[in-house]
Design a binder for this molecule. Structure first.
Ligand code: F6P
Length: 361
């Protein structure tokens, strides 16, 4: 008989394809493999603070494997350690509500909590673990920027979307002899841009980790022209600063600055300097939606079942990871804080250079 009888699951931060596959894997393996009960906490850490939860049975997770999003809801605002409240007058204050959140978990009868999230969510998971809550993390982000794992679930599906966009832009770019700039997500890391650039055969790849100049970008465009290629595909990561070092942002909720808009600036500059007709596509949240790829479904299933095994074994403060194609557990303090960047002199960059991609450097 396992000492853990009831397990909780929560999906925090932004959503991504594969969250439902993870919820399904956790629920089914908890019920069928270990005879546990499963509590689904709604709306990320918001639900933990507001005691918003439900029991999950096999029937609740049936058919959700291929579905995008999360049946539990997610939010990237609520943090039990810095809970935001807005007064009637509109004044914003933050308070530590972790005590109430932990009391709610006890009230739910949750003896181990599985938390799927990126670095923000897993930082909160780490703090809960330090306060004595048994917690196992799952690496979730399309940005692929978590330390401790070779890949996070959601990334491969986003990469499919971004690669499909590069493929589609190729045919129209070639017909019109245009410069096509594709801006992809990734926050401060260039994994999506780099990998979609390689997978789609992008000509110029601009990522935050490799400083570039417009002169070098234009030189690549001209060099392609000299070989009879009158179009160019530029894949730019939303977090890539301009050559001046300026980070391009758009206004987010509450005046917050969120990355976005660099594609437009790059297109303007190269259009003028290379005398080229350019167009911009900002892929945006298409990368977060839709059905998970087969790889993400398998990864989410492996991660979810491994998380339950770890929780049942009494492990806490760890995140399930994929390292060298094996499922592993890494301490949360190795995972957060901080983001895993593309190594500028790493193999992937070198493969891309070998087939003629330019990084504008
Ligand atoms: O971290 C995932 C991510 O999609 C980033 O790539 C992007 O910058 C950000 O979230 C967008 O967040 P939101 O959905 O809050 O606009």
């Amino acid at each position: 008989m396992a000492s853990v009888r009831r397990i909780g699951i929560l999906t925090g931060g932004g959503d991504c394809p594969g969250l439902n596959a993870v919820i399904r894997a956790v629920t089914k393996s908890a019920i069928f493999e270990h005879g546990l009960e499963v509590v689904g906490i709604n709306e990320g850490f918001g639900g933990l603070i507001e005691n918003n939860w439900r029991l999950l049975g096999d029937e609740d997770v049936s058919g959700i494997l291929p579905r995008g999003g999360t049946i539990l809801g997610a939010n990237n605002r609520d943090n039990p350690f810095m809970f935001r409240t807005i007064s009637a007058e509109g004044a914003v204050t933050y308070e530590d509500n972790s005590g109430a959140a932990i009391a709610n978990l006890e009230g739910m009868g949750v003896e181990a909590l599985v938390v799927a999230g990126g670095d923000g969510t897993l930082s909160i998971a780490r703090k809960l673990h330090e306060k004595g809550v048994p917690v196992v993390g799952l690496p979730k982000t399309i940005d692929n920027d978590l330390h401790g794992t070779d890949v996070s679930f959601g990334f491969d599906s986003a990469l499919h979307t971004a690669t499909d966009a590069v493929d589609k832009l190729h045919t129209t770019a070639a017909s019109h002899h245009r410069g096509m700039v594709l801006e992809v997500m990734g926050r401060n890391a260039g994994w999506i841009a780099l990998c979609a650039g390689i997978a789609g055969g992008g000509d110029i790849i601009l990522i935050p980790e490799i400083p570039y100049t417009f002169e070098k970008v234009v030189r690549s465009i001209e060099e392609r022209r000299s070989r009879g290629k009158r179009f160019s595909i530029v894949v730019v990561a939303e977090g890539a600063p301009l050559p001046s070092g300026e980070k391009v942002h758009r206004a987010g909720p509450g005046g917050e600055k969120v990355p976005g808009g660099v594609g437009e600036r790059v297109a303007e500059a190269i259009g003028e300097m290379a005398d080229m007709d350019t167009r911009v596509t900002v892929l945006g949240h298409l990368q977060r939606g839709g059905s998970p790829s087969p790889f993400d479904r398998i990864l989410a299933t492996a991660f979810g079942t491994a998380a339950v095994d770890l929780a049942v074994a009494g492990r806490s403060g760890v995140m399930v990871a994929l390292r060298n194609m094996r499922i592993d557990a890494v301490p949360l303090e190795e995972v957060v804080p901080g983001q895993r960047k593309v190594p500028a002199d790493g193999e992937l960059v070198s493969f891309a250079r070998s087939v003629g991609a330019s990084f504008g450097d």
